[in-house]
Design a protein around this ligand. Structure first.
Ligand code: FES
Length: 113
């Protein structure tokens, strides 16, 4: 049986530039933050509501929807593929980049050097 055999279940690959990748299966109603945690990935979080940027990630392949408005993301960041894992759910198989470096890329004036 493959992930394609399971309706509403997607293969999610989380990639970190330093620690490598971890793959997991996600139900389509599961916040991707929870999927990552259940896979043993330690992610920072603050609000769990789409407002603080601590769970910032970047979608490399696939599609997600934000179940709540990701108010911490500007339209340009959304266009660039940034997502907030606490309010994001998969709608396809996905590859997602994770890591604190993404906050520096998204908001260099706040977190950059
Ligand atoms: S935990 Fe705050 S935006 Fe996701």
């Amino acid at each position: 049986m493959t992930a394609d055999d399971l309706d509403g279940v997607y293969e999610i690959t989380f990639i970190h530039p330093e620690t490598g990748s971890i793959s997991a299966r996600a139900q389509d109603d599961a916040p991707l933050f929870d999927v990552a945690l259940e896979s043993g990935i330690e992610l920072g979080y603050g609000c769990y509501d789409g407002t603080c940027l601590n769970c910032l990630a970047r979608l490399r392949e696939g599609e997600v929807v934000h179940a709540k408005e990701p108010v911490a993301l500007t339209p340009d960041l959304l266009e660039a593929g940034f997502v907030l894992l606490c309010v994001a759910k998969a709608t396809s198989h996905c590859t997602i980049e994770i890591g604190s470096h993404l906050r520096e890329e998204a908001y260099p004036s706040l977190w950059g050097e």
